[in-house]
Design a protein around this ligand. Structure first.
Ligand SMILES: Cc1ncc(C[n+]2csc(CCOP(=O)(O)OP(=O)(O)O)c2C)c(N)n1
Ligand SMILES: [Mg+2]
Length: 910
């Protein structure tokens, strides 16, 4: 039958069903003997010619099936069994019994930490079950794989699962790195002598934790970009290529977060064989099963395999091997693949008899396989993630794998070892207390040398320094190059003060109209050429380089690509062609603000991770910054990231045309909560130059743990030269830009402006003077955040030192004695200027851009949001009327004169 698509080799539905009907009229079940024949021939190929030949035969068989009309659906899944079969398992190199004892003690101390903390302070929280399920996954890493950082080797980079923190503390205690007192003060950081933070926080424990991981989904994405950044440093010749790895530990529930899987194709595209994910598949999250009605492991396998990762499933422990071996028909593996996770969870909490009946009892042939085993043995059939040999084999295969990233899907039991206290139960995530019987049971199960009486006190237990356990674990870490986690600043400070570099930008643009973005790009270009810092600069941009006029950098410093440029770019004949290069300096990330931020974090913490002072400049559409990836910014702050975030095309009324989604009047408010972030809204090129120069000095010379947010705009105007003596004041947050010319005028005002709105304020200054006889001083407020922080600091000091000479907030120092009314205009929410109003000598009127943006030109937008020169003039006159300096009727007259419609829309609510 002819079909419309037949010339393209496709069949229509009709053709297919017709063919199906003709050929396969009777339903036909595979006979056991038939399948047995197939298995046998594959086994003999495997034996005779090895796995590569067997793989090729299967692939060709699949192609043959397709050609013959067998519609095999695409599946990236393998059967529900271990990826590494017993015969390919390497020998376990450690002392298994000693390692088991060490692990048991760590289990005990981790549990003790949480139980004790909650006895001491009710509801202080903590997690037992997460580490309980992951202990083997960590211990194999600590004893056999993770290399510490030293002067001679950079070491492995490990993202520990946040809720497993008690386990890492317990190990550090065993290693002699944390005292009993510290453990005692888990979650009590303010106790004398200090305590331990609930989760990994480099801000709080800067010698210990490197990466904050507890906000789920951030660490997998950060780990991918971290691994890529290692390659970037190598390819740019900034560090030697090594076999150091980046490991990230995730919960299976955590993979629900879109960030967790959001960048996995980057990892395979970049062939990051320095990256290993370990997903602890205990099949549970906080409330209950991750996929009660499905199989999270198979779902993850297909996602990762589909993204071309090397996937290693570690599902079944060694006890299953002999049973699997007896299963010549493949019935057991088939049965394993049939159960949904909710059923598996039920099996975990059930008796051996239940397992026999409900799992094996499905088929008499399966029952026969386990006939020799008593019920107790069935209950104790271990899962892969709890079997050191299986975990070791997976890790070994992962570190040896070449050409791409590896994910290990390890099946475990949540709350392993807690028994009645919560093993495998839905409530287990929040279990923090164990009764006496449960404690004794745990103690006995793991052989902790404590009698009944001592046990119920839940003491921390560390064997003597010369015990085999402590000796062994110390020796292992020594062989592996030192302890982990451990954080240190590994880079040397830069030496230059960059005075010469930035000087030219103090002079203004000499009549030329430029935007602050252009001015910034000019500075970036110059920094890139600098002999000391040029190499360290890492420009990061999420597909907006042209928007910001940065395309000239494509050619000069190149776009980083791990494979260079395999094609002739379409614009090769132009001056600014799209040049990709292996040693390219720009990280052109594509459309991912989250990924770009992860690169920013990797580059901004390389001073610690890699001992290299890279200086990231992440420039992006400001509205897609804090608002979209705020939690990454928080993590960056926690990690003591250094660098510059540049919110481009910012300002609610400065970005014309784009409208509601793009016009940013929010980001400076969203920058407020981040304690170590310095936020600036500069108006002129010299302000940016001063801020950048000072920032580089503070972060990279003086080693301060701060980072910067600077908004830059695309409105072109003439950049004036820097007024004498303004430098320090720019950094502090405000300075007088232009004083009133008529200082003797009766009507006076102080006007504040920031960013592009400063120009409106300057126009208002003229209108007020020329039309209304008001003499106004104009201030450029470069940072409301800085003024606010300074103000609350002064206030606090005064409260605590009531008899001493009070500190005066910097804003009060600026305008405390200044005459006249005070008006502030900003392109951001009114709350920004309002934050400092209490330190003003008088009331302050505030104009800002609260509300949704509009697609319009700048003039209309500023009229709509009431932040243009005429509204600034009106606000000033109104303040003068409130002060009794002029009549209200004069204000009304001015409204008409200024052409303002008093009944216009209210931008805040329209
Ligand atoms: C972004 C974010 N949302 C919610 C939480 C709260 N939370 C903490 S642990 C947890 C469940 C974790 O489940 P899973 O990832 O499977 O880890 P497991 O403890 O089972 O290893 C949740 C929801 C969080 N830490 N971060
Ligand atoms: Mg889980």
């Amino acid at each position: 039958m002819a079909t419309a698509h037949s010339q393209f080799g496709e069949e229509s539905q009709e053709t297919r069903s017709e063919m199906d009907n003709q050929t396969y009229t009777q339903p036909h079940h595979v006979e056991d003997v038939e399948i047995q024949e197939w298995f046998e021939s594959l086994d003999s190929v495997l034996e005779a010619s090895g796995p590569d030949v067997a793989r090729e035969i299967l692939e060709r068989l699949r192609a043959h099936a397709t050609v013959n009309g067998i519609d095999l659906p695409f599946t990236a899944n393998t059967p529900y069994t271990n990826t590494i079969p017993l015969r390919l398992e390497p020998l376990f190199p450690g002392d298994q019994e000693l390692e088991r004892r060490i692990k048991s003690l760590i289990r005990w101390n981790a549990l003790a930490m949480v139980v004790r903390a909650n006895r001491e302070e009710h509801n202080i929280g903590g997690h037992i079950s997460t580490f309980a399920s992951a202990a083997t996954l960590y211990e194999i890493g600590f004893n056999h794989f993770w290399r510490g950082r030293s002067d001679s080797f950079e070491g492995d980079t490990i993202y520990f699962q946040g809720h497993a923190a008690p386990g890492m503390y317990a190990r550090a205690f065993m290693e002699g790195r944390l005292s009993k007192e510290k453990l005692e003060n888990f979650r009590r950081e303010l106790k004398p002598g200090g305590g331990l933070s609930s989760y990994p926080h480099p801000w709080l424990m800067p010698d210990f934790w490197e990466f904050p991981t507890v906000s789920m989904g951030l660490s997998p994405l950060m780990a991918i970009y971290q691994a890529r950044f290692q390659r970037y440093l190598e390819n740019r010749g900034m560090k030697p290529a090594t076999d150091a790895k980046v490991w990230a530990f995730l919960g299976d529930g955590e993979t629900d977060e879109p960030e967790s899987l959001g960048a996995i194709t980057l990892a395979s595209r970049e062939k990051l064989d320095n990256l290993i994910f370990v997903i602890n598949c205990n099949l549970q999250r906080l409330d209950g099963p991750v996929r009660g009605n499905g199989q999270i492991i198979q779902e993850l396998e297909s996602a990762f395999r589909g993204a071309k990762w090397n996937v290693i499933k570690v599902l079944w422990g060694s006890e299953w091997d002999p049973i699997l071996e007896r299963d010549s028909e493949g019935l057991l593996v088939k049965r394993m693949g049939e159960l949904v996770d909710g059923e598996y969870q039920k099996l975990v909490v059930s008796s051996g008899a239940y397992v026999r009946e409900h799992f094996f009892g499905h088929d008499p042939r399966l029952l026969k396989l386990v006939e020799p085993l008593p019920d107790e043995a069935l209950r104790r059939l271990r899962l892969g993630g709890h079997d050191p040999k299986k975990v070791y084999a997976a890790y070994k295969a992962a570190v040896d794998h070449k050409g791409g990233p590896t994910v290990i899907l390890a099946r475990t039991i949540k709350g392993y070892g807690l028994g009645e206290a919560g093993e495998g139960k839905n409530v287990t995530h929040q279990q923090k207390k164990l009764n006496e019987d449960e404690l004794k049971e745990f103690r006995s199960r793991f052989g902790i040398p404590l009698n009944d009486q001592d046990c119920i006190e839940v003491p921390f237990y560390r064997p003597a320094e010369d015990s085999p356990e402590v000796q062994y674990l110390r020796a292992r870490r020594e062989t592996l190059g030192g302890y982990t986690p451990a954080r240190a600043v590994r880079s040397k400070p830069i030496t230059t003060d960059n005075e010469e570099l930035f000087k030219e930008f103090h002079d203004g643009s000499e009549g030329r109209e430029v935007s602050t973005t252009m001015a910034f790009v000019g500075m970036l270009r110059k920094m890139l050429k600098d002999p000391e810092i040029g190499k360290l600069v890492v420009p990061i941009v999420p597909d907006e380089a042209r928007t910001f006029g940065m395309e000239s950098l494509f050619r000069t410093v190149g776009i980083y690509s791990s494979v260079g440029q395999k094609y002739e770019p379409v614009d090769v004949n132009t001056l600014l062609y799209y040049k990709e290069a292996k040693d390219g300096q720009i990280l052109e990330e594509g459309i991912t603000e989250a990924g770009s931020m992860a690169s920013f974090i990797a580059a901004g913490t390389a001073y610690s991770t890699n001992g290299i002072n890279t200086i990231p400049f992440f420039i992006y559409y400001s509205m897609f910054g804090f608002q979209r990836i705020g939690d990454f910014v928080w993590a960056a702050a926690d990690m003591r990231t250094r660098g510059f975030m540049l919110g481009g095309t910012s300002g609610r009324t400065t970005l014309s045309g784009e409208g509601l989604q793009h016009q940013d009047g929010n980001s400076h408010v969203l920058a407020l909560p981040v304690p170590n972030l310095r936020a600036y809204d500069p108006a002129y090129a010299y302000e940016i130059a001063v801020i950048l120069q000072d920032g580089i000095k503070r972060m990279y010379r003086d080693g301060e743990n701060i980072f910067y947010y600077i908004t830059v705009m695309n409105e072109p105007y003439v950049m004036p030269p820097m007024p004498a003596g303004a430098r320090e004041e720019i950094l502090k947050g405000m300075y007088k830009f232009r004083a009133a010319s008529n200082k003797k005028a009766k009507l006076r005002a102080q006007l504040f402006g920031s960013g592009a709105i400063l120009n409106e304020v300057l126009q208002a200054q003229e209108i007020l003077e020329q039309k209304f006889g008001v003499a106004a001083d104009v201030w450029s407020v470069t940072s409301y955040k800085a003024l606010y922080t300074d103000g609350i600091e002064a206030e606090r000091w005064n409260r605590l030192h009531p008899t001493e000479k009070p500190h005066v907030p910097y804003v009060t120092q600026c305008v405390g004695d200044a005459p006249g009314v005070i008006v502030a205009a900003t392109d951001y929410l009114k709350t920004l200027p309002n934050m400092i109003s209490k330190w003003m000598p008088r009331r302050m009127a505030t104009l800002g851009t609260d509300g949704f943006g509009r697609s319009e030109g700048r003039a209309s937008l500023r009229d709509f949001f009431e932040v243009d020169a005429k509204f600034i003039a009106l606000a000033t006159l109104h303040e003068l009327a409130l002060d009794g300096k002029i009549e209200a009727s004069a204000v009304e007259k001015a409204i008409t004169e200024l052409g303002i419609n008093p009944e216009k829309w209210n931008p805040v609510v329209s």
